[in-house]
Design a binder for this molecule. Sequence first.
Ligand code: SF4
Ligand code: SF4
Length: 416
Amino acid sequence: MKTNIELQQLTDRCVMCGLCLPHCPTYHKTRDEAESPRGRISLIQGLNSGHLPYSEKLAGHLDRCLSCRACEAVCPSGVRYGEIIDGARAALAEQRPPAPRWQRLAWRWTTRLLAERSQLYRATRALRLIQKSGLQTLARFSGITRRGQLARLDALLPPLQALPAWPQYIPARGAARGDVGLFLGCASDAVDRDSLNAAITLLTRLGYGVHLPAAQTCCGALHQHAGESATANEFAQRNLAAFNAQPLAAIISVASGCGATLADYPRAHGNAFTAPVRDISEFLNDISWPEDIRCAPLPKKVAVHDPCTLTHVLRKQQAPYSLLARIPQIDLIPLADNRRCCGAAGSYMLSQPDMAESLRDDKITALKDSGADILLTSNIGCALHLRAGLRAAGMDIEIMHPVTLLARQIKKANSA
Ligand code: SF4
Ligand code: SF4
């Protein structure tokens, strides 16, 4: 956790120029200075110096920040807004009145699921059983899941797949070029095995053996952004030990939200991986490809949603576009207003549903206007949130990770 002096030094870099305001999604929606980066920095300065007491109103303005870091990416003074908001949230967590008991229990249960993969699998399998047995349909029909958080959770849940155990190591196919580690993530592992399997297929086909350390755990993003730095640090130390146990050319993240958090470990936790953290699209894009790998043509319009973590944090938003240019005839278009957050932002879509849905509505409208047949996004949180929006709008558009589409086109070319 940051000391008052550290937080003050970070916020003092802001010269209050306001250049970040037009880039802030919450300011864009509300036109309220207190919902802007500059306004929030002023509130944090007041809270930190003791000039402003804690209040629910003040906490609300900070809670509504998406941590999208669009402001940080455009700030000419180099204000490290991500660190500021995380530090402020950790300080707020100490001043907030305790949450209702059910919320504390739900959060404790979530932490346990994220910390222990076996618990995550058990919960996912139970949900799959509920889906397959028809109980989910029954619950919808009875109205239990029609309102509130249950309705939102129900809308976010995709059809769940079986969860076979991962091997510890998958060797390269053909000429070996080295080994990489694959970060599984929690949400990707539970609900998006297609992306992880596609990443493994591509990496091994390109000559990389893939380590999947069983001791890896959640990246810690949810806790980091909620101001629970001790839990985030515990997760980070476990991941560092799990991946640093073998020599690797890179640690590959498939969900950009996880990748951004892993890449930030040296700053947030004072410890670095021995191998560089690389986004899967970036890594695949930067290595040479054997000439015999072909992709089947895809004569379709494909829209790309750029997650904030890939754009503003990792700053690799071009990687999926360059990678997908390998697919002949693909009509690849960026989704309009791509630099603005979709509202998913970790657990934001559940904790701030009104703002999250308003931001998502803009994306759905942009997608409708684009006439795209497929939507791609590199972050599982964005995918779940946008898929729920598509369903609510009655739009039947496939949504997937860029590497899933690439692996699919390669498979098609080979089976033709
Ligand atoms: S955060 Fe940067 S861009 Fe925004 S007001 Fe402060 S100095 Fe200006
Ligand atoms: S992180 Fe995003 S939502 Fe928060 S102040 Fe910056 S631009 Fe606005």
